[in-house]
Design a protein around this ligand. Structure first.
Ligand code: GLA
Length: 412
């Protein structure tokens, strides 16, 4: 069922409009966003839709095709629900995410079902993004959500929900917030309503998507540059290999990596790992234990690989970035230790079948890998990856190609 039909079923009325926002893959730059570093993601054709209409009574009702029942609260009750970090006092292992909507019935704590925290969290964050008086005067809304972004695959289904709801409410509530402010509201929902300690890459990637271009983002300044990828013109495809290992069970690992990065930065005496370069690594090796050092080395070298990828795309075109992608994977596998056997098999078998480069994408511990592949080799690589998974006894992966795609839009 699509969002519009769900809306009609729940409310008995037509929505005022339907807005949508995309998921993303990250071309390169992993676990650099919360270290104030660089990332180079692009939006994908898979989208989440939000059918929305204002209502008179100051209440907000959210419904989703992947939840049995809608959730309804007063807008003025949102401040009692969020931020969850204060209410629920989560330990490291209890947070959700990173970055994925959960299925129905997985409520974390007493407040609202986990899936509903994304749209309600965005409404809450947007009310706070405008001044207090304006926020308290906003009318209620009904929201129905549907999505074709695979959940749990590391393709930012959560950022797609946040983006679709944010652009819908921005228009209906006449907030006039710019895309960066909407991305910030999405991240705030993720961090403080859902309780996932993620960075801002996914929301920015979804919000600023452009056809045929990746978004180079400086996560310290939030400055962006649209970088043409040239994939289509050069006859290249980005193949997504969704391992179907969902990473929501391993979320403690994401928080642990984040803490290791903060520890490393503190030992180096810098604000964040953004302020370290490869020249600082010998000193870092002396200052910290081996595990912390390897976490630091991943982030520092990954930031450099993002810059190198942007330069390579500009000067030599997309065929020149393959080795950087593969080096990024090795760093995540060996230094950051966020890969899993399925992701390594995806990368190795794609490379062996002729992919120009391949790496896991997203937070890790499952999810998807991407491979840069000549268009006429897509079938060969896909078959080789499927065969390698079968030979290892892994669940068959979902494989599909994605082209860099546009950001949020109003569809109806
Ligand atoms: C998840 C998070 C992002 C980012 C990536 C890793 O997708 O939501 O903020 O940290 O992991 O690069």
């Amino acid at each position: 069922m699509n969002a519009e039909n769900l809306f009609r079923r729940i409310t008995g009325r037509a929505p005022a409009g339907v807005w949508s926002a995309p998921g993303r893959v990250n071309l390169i730059g992993e676990h650099t966003d919360y270290n104030e570093g660089f990332v180079l993601p692009f939006a994908i054709p898979h989208r989440t839709s939000a059918a929305v209409r204002m209502r008179e009574d100051g209440r907000i009702r959210v419904a989703s095709t992947f939840a049995a029942e809608p959730v309804e609260v007063g807008l003025d009750e949102l401040d009692a629900l969020f931020p969850v970090t204060l209410r629920r006092a989560q330990g490291p292992g209890e947070a959700q995410g990173p970055g994925e909507a959960q299925g129905p019935g997985e409520a974390q704590g007493p407040a609202v079902p986990a899936w509903a925290a994304y749209p309600l969290g965005v409404a809450w964050a947007l009310r706070h993004a405008v001044d207090a008086r304006a926020g308290s005067a906003l009318p209620g809304v009904d929201i129905a959500i549907s999505s074709d972004v695979p959940v749990g695959a590391g393709l930012s289904s959560s950022a797609a929900i946040e983006g679709a709801v944010a652009v819908a409410l921005n228009e209906l509530w006449a907030l006039r917030l710019d895309p960066v402010a909407l991305a910030r509201a999405g991240r705030r929902a993720e961090n403080e309503a859902v309780g996932a300690p993620t960075g801002i890459m996914d929301q920015m990637a979804s919000m600023l998507g452009r056809a045929d271009a990746a978004t180079f983002l400086d996560c310290r300044t939030l400055e962006t540059r649209s970088i043409p990828t040239g994939f289509d013109a050069e006859g290249l495809e980005v193949l997504v290999i969704d391992t179907r290992v969902t990473h929501s069970h391993s979320s403690g690992g994401y928080r642990e990596r984040r803490e290791a990065c903060e520890r490393g930065a503190a030992l180096l005496g810098i604000r964040s790992l953004r302020d370290a370069t490869v020249d600082d690594l010998p000193r870092a090796a002396e200052l910290m234990d081996d595990v912390t050092f390897r976490r630091v080395r991943h982030v520092v070298t990954e930031n450099q690989r993002v810059l190198d990828t942007v330069a390579a795309l500009r000067t030599h075109g997309p065929r020149a970035i393959g080795d950087l992608l593969t080096a990024s994977h090795a760093s995540m596998r060996d230094d950051f230790e966020i890969s899993v056997p399925e992701l390594d098999t995806a990368v190795e078998s794609a490379l062996a079948a002729g992919a120009l480069g391949a790496r896991m994408t997203g937070g890790g511990f499952g999810g998807a890998a991407i491979a840069l592949v000549e268009r006429d080799a897509v079938e060969r690589v896909t078959d080789a990856v499927a065969a390698a998974f079968a030979a290892s006894g892994f669940t068959a992966p979902h494989q599909f190609t994605v082209a860099p795609s546009e950001g949020p839009r109003r569809d109806i």
